[in-house]
Structure formats: C-alpha cells, structure tokens
Design a protein around this ligand. Structure first.
Ligand code: ADP
Length: 604
C-alpha cells in the first residue's frame, strides 16, 4: 500500500506537518514557561532587588516591632500588586527565620510545599549564619512551583519572607496552548492531506499515464502517442518517451521487414538453410533443406543427428568469422555440399548450415572427364592406324607391292576422313553447346523434307537390299525451322536404321499430326538389331554406341544422335525412342507446326 508514489508523497507531507507542529509546540511551551519564570523573578527583583534596599530596610524595621510578622504582612499586602500576589496561585508567607514555621501570609500554612524547598533552606541557613544578603531564588523550569525566600534579620527577630507560585497559571496556559496546537495540527493534517492529494494528482497522474503507456509499448502496441500536458520535467519526459516509442516502432518495423524479407528468401531459395542455436537445436530450416536432406527437420532437432558425422558442433561454434567449414555428404543418390559458419558469438548466436545440391555439378564434371577421355580415345585409334601404316610404307622403302601400298594409302585416307568427321561433329556440337549455331528459320513443308531425305537414302537402302518406304497418314502442314539441319537429323536417323538393320530388312518412315494438330511427328521404324533396354536411355549421350566395333566399322562417330537431339531441342521439338514391338527400333521426332499454317488451317 505504501509502495505507491502517491501514498509515499502523502505520508511524507503528513510527517513533515506533524513534526513541524511538534517542534513549534515544544518551542512555544518552553518559551512560555521560561517567560513566566523570568517574569516571576523580574517582579521579585523589582521589589527585593539590590536597588530596592530601602524597601528591604523598611521590612527590617517593621520586623523589629513586637508583632513583627503582622507588620511584615501589612507591608507585603501593600506591595501585593508589584509582587504579582493574586492570593490564589501566587502567595506570600511570613515564616519564622529559625524554625521556618508559618507566622502570617496571604494563604494559610496548608499552601506551603510539603517538602522543604531548596530556596527556603538557603534562606534559613543564611538566617542561621546571620547573613542577610543570601537570598534563595533559584527555581528550575520543570519544577512544580516557583519560589523565593528572602531572609529578614533585625535585632533579635529573624523572619523569612517566602513567595510561592504554584504555577497553576502556567499549567493552564500550557494546557490551552497544547489544545490550540492540537487543533491546528488536526486542521494542518487535513489541509496537508488535501494538498498532498492534489499534488500527487498533478505529479503522479502523468507518471501513471506514462507507466500505462510504457506497458502498452512493452506489449508491442504503438497506437497513440501520450499527450504532453505540461512543460515541466514530466512533460519533457513524456515527450522523450513518445520520441523513444516512435524510434522503437520504426526500428521494430524495419527489423520485421528485414525478417520478412529473409523468411521469403529462405522459403524460395534453392539452397538449403538450417540454423542452430547455441545448444545445437534447430531453430530454422527452409523447405529446400528439408528436400535435400530427404527428411522432416523439426524445430528442436539436434545438430548431431544431422551433421554430427561431419563436424563437431563445438568446433563450429569456436570458428572465428569469416572462416567457415566445408564438407560434402551423400543423401541417397544426391551429393550435398555443406557450408557451416557460426553467427554472432552472443547468447543468441548459433551455427548456420547452408546446403548446395552439387549432384548435377558432379555429374557434369564426370561427363566432361568422360567426354575428354572419349575424344582422346576416338582420335587416338585412327591416329595410331595412320601412323603405323605410314611408318610401314616408309620403312618398306618401295619393297611393298603397289596393290598393297595403295591399300595402305586408302586406309590412311579413310582414317583421316574419320578423324575429319569426328572433328567436324565435335565442332557442330560445341557450337550448339555455346549457342553460336545460326539456325536459319524458314517455313517449309514437313512432308516434302521427309520425302527428299528418303529419296536420298533410297540408293543406300537398295544396296543393302532394304525395303525403304514413306507414308504420310494425312496431309502434312508446314513447319518453321532450319531445313538443312532438320534434314541432317532425318538423314542421321534413317541412315542409322539402314546401318543397324541386317541386309534385306524393312525401314518404314511414317508421319502425321498430333497434340491437337499443333505438332507434326515422324517415326522411323526398322526391324534391325534393335537397342537393348539398358542402352535406350544412353543412345543420345555423346560417343555412346551400343556396339563400338560395329559402329566404327560402319563409319559412325557415336555423335550423330547427340547432334540430332541438340538440333531438335533448338526447334522446341522432341527426339524419343517410343515402345517398339518385335525386333528393331523406332525413333520418333516431333516438331511444332508453323504459326502461319495454323492460321491457314483455321481459315480453311
Ligand atoms: P553412330 O555414328 O555410331 O551411328 P549415333 O549417335 O548415330 O552414332 O548412334 C548411337 C548408337 O545408337 C549407335 O552406335 C548404335 O549402337 C545405336 N543405334 C542408333 N540407331 C540405331 C538403330 N536404328 N538400330 C539399332 N541401334 C541404333
């Protein structure tokens, strides 16, 4: 209850007020008491003091009378005014100098103090010593009464004039003062309570509003700025608080924006990202990482279960930026490259793992190596032949019969032609790969192109006793493309069919429309040696040949189909091996129909 600033302020004010009144009360009552006492002695001094010796000697003379006590009483009665004798609270007494017994007075002997007053004792001692100057007039502030004893010595009589004030006036005065102070205290406290309430309201009210505002900001609500109601320190504080909340809001919004950006980036990036906290638990994992790791990575999964086999988590945390760890791991058939680096070494830091799928890169690298090995191998064989025949001719020194040397020279020319073919095909492929090949797109009738290629192969087919036929299933439209290159593709496929079919075989070329009449197709069917199941997927690879010896024998380079595949790709078509019943093979080419011919079709 007393923890609130409002209560504390009220309590401090009340305590201040109370202590103030207590101090004032104490000073006031003490002041009044000492004033009263001083006044008492001033009055006595004005009657019995040194400069009033005449009155004292008059008293001594009166004491000489037979009834000295009575005479003294009369004289004192006459001076009752200056002495402040009111016959009630202040009285005078005429006492016997030796015994201290009551002889006369303004009040009876009962009014005398029960115990012997110190002042009275002083006076009696003075009387006993015959000293008329020693006066007992020493009272203290806290005593119950004030008194003074004046010895009167004359001849054989000795008296003591004893003035006694029972302080009832002072007590009454003090009591009244106390009541006044008490009343003002109560009134003061009431006023103070009211004032402190108002003060607290003006001071604590804005602070309470500020606290409520701070609580809202802490809860993430930046809605409205607090009103600045004054120009004092609290007003300045409210203004500064509003500014701070504004800056905080902008900063938080910027951070949230950054986080959203990062989230979107993580969500759609092709690289996998997994973040771990300081304890090695997953705090973030994007879909690409889940895909690559081929498992569901829950928040809280352990580092050791994922990458513990490659690097220890502690070592990763200890890495100093910009150094990082790199490794490779196999997940199923895929090869993943893993990059690990710590982020922020603070309490909220951890380790970030980035995953790249390098399977394709590895495969390409493998393919490249294989390709270089194949090229070297393909060129080495004819080169070796050329060299050995040329050496034989040189070493024979004209001793070889002309028939044989001519035969050797033919072989050399053949091998050189072969090498030229290989180099030419490689050149075509490399141009296609680099995208440097100019494809001259023209519009030409698809059926006509097939017919001309079939015609060009007729002689070849007849030489092998093949039956080569062409049949279009319907009227074929025009296509758009590089006629020369597309005819080269057809030539290659039909040529292969002739090559890889034993003599006296059948080669059937058919064509038609497909894909909602948006594409043309051409099938080259033969009943030749066929392609085994395991090789079907590889025939479009560079230098791939099912039977190397047979292919080389027939002058093949193993590049024909890969060139054909690349050319068909450039024409947005397909080159496939559809299912084939019985012995032999079928190759299928599909190509898009030319735009114009579609329009023509629509109008017709
Ligand atoms: P090549 O110059 O050796 O003919 P290609 O790239 O044209 O090279 O063909 C690749 C391989 O595919 C050939 O070596 C052959 O083994 C196989 N092949 C192609 N066409 C046929 C076919 N019609 N019948 C059987 N095998 C074929």
């Amino acid at each position: 209850m007393f923890r609130s600033l409002r209560m504390k302020l009220t309590m401090i004010m009340l305590m201040l007020m109370g202590s103030q009144m207590a101090i004032v009360g104490t000073f006031l009552t003490t002041g009044v008491s000492s004033f009263y006492m001083n006044n008492f002695y001033r009055q006595l001094d004005s009657v019995f003091g040194l400069d009033q010796r005449e009155f004292v000697s008059d008293l001594r003379n009166a004491a000489d009378d037979d009834n000295g006590a009575e005479s003294l009483r009369e004289m004192l009665d006459a001076n009752a005014g200056p002495l402040g004798i009111d016959y009630h609270t202040r009285n005078y007494f005429v006492l016997d100098g030796e015994t201290g017994a009551w002889l006369a007075g303004s009040a009876s002997a009962d009014a005398l103090p029960m115990e012997q007053s110190l002042n009275l004792l002083t006076a009696r001692t003075a009387v006993a010593r015959g000293d008329s100057t020693a006066v007992g007039d020493d009272s203290y502030l806290n005593a119950e009464y004030m008194d003074a004893a004046i010895p009167i010595l004359s001849g054989e009589h000795s008296y003591i004039i004893y003035i006694l004030d029972n302080q009832e006036t002072l007590t009454g005065l003090n009591q009244q003062l106390f009541h006044i102070i008490l009343q003002s205290l109560v009134l003061g406290l009431l006023i103070t309570a009211l004032l402190s309430f108002l003060l607290a309201k003006t001071m604590v009210g804005p602070l309470e509003k500020l606290t409520a505002g701070a609580e809202e900001v802490a809860a993430g609500k930046f809605g409205t700025a607090l009103p600045v109601e004054s120009t004092d320190e609290i007003g300045t504080l409210t203004g500064t608080f509003n500014e701070m909340a504004g800056v905080l809001h902008t900063t938080l919004a910027a951070m949230e924006n950054e986080r959203d950006k990062l989230d979107t980036l993580f969500l759609y990036m092709t690289d996998g990202v997994v973040a771990f906290d300081m304890s090695g638990a997953v705090i973030h994992c994007n879909p690409a990482a889940t895909n690559m790791l081929q498992r569901k990575v829950e928040i809280g999964s352990r580092y050791d279960d994922l990458f513990g086999g490659l690097f220890a988590f502690g070592d990763m945390l200890a890495l100093k930026r910009p150094s990082h760890a790199e490794g490779e791991m196999m997940v199923g058939e895929r090869t993943l490259e893993l990059l690990l680096a710590p982020f922020s070494h603070q309490e909220l830091g951890g380790v970030l793992a980035v995953l790249h799928d390098v399977t394709e890169r590895h495969r390409n690298e493998e393919r490249r190596k294989e390709f270089v090995a194949n090229v070297s191998h393909e060129l080495r064989t004819p080169l070796t032949n050329v060299r050995s025949y040329a050496e034989t001719l040189r070493d024979a020194d004209g001793e070889i019969p002309p028939d044989m040397s001519n035969n050797f020279l033919d072989i050399i020319i053949n091998e050189t032609d072969r090498m030229t073919h290989i180099v030419q095909d490689l050149l075509i492929l490399s141009r296609l790969d680099a995208g440097n090949t100019e494809i001259a797109f023209t519009r030409f009738p698809f059926g006509e192109a097939i017919e001309s290629v079939v015609r060009a192969n007729a002689l070849n087919a007849r030489a092998r006793n093949h039956e080569l036929t062409f049949r279009a299933e319907e009227e074929l439209p025009c296509i758009e493309g590089d006629r020369n290159r597309l005819e080269q593709v057809m030539m290659n496929i039909i040529g292969n069919a002739i090559k890889y079919t034993p003599d006296g075989g059948h080669i059937r070329v058919t064509a038609g429309l497909t894909g909602d009449r948006q594409q043309v197709w051409m099938d080259v069917w033969d009943d030749g040696i066929g392609i085994p199941e395991e090789s079907r997927a590889r025939v479009f690879e560079r230098f791939y040949r099912v039977d190397k010896a047979r292919s080389r024998e027939s002058g093949g380079t193993g590049l024909g189909l890969s060139i054909a595949w690349e050319i068909i790709q450039r024409h947005r078509g397909t080159l496939t091996l559809p299912p084939h019943d019985g012995p032999g093979t079928t190759f299928r080419v599909t190509l898009p129909v030319a735009q114009k011919s579609r329009a023509e079709e629509a109008s017709s």
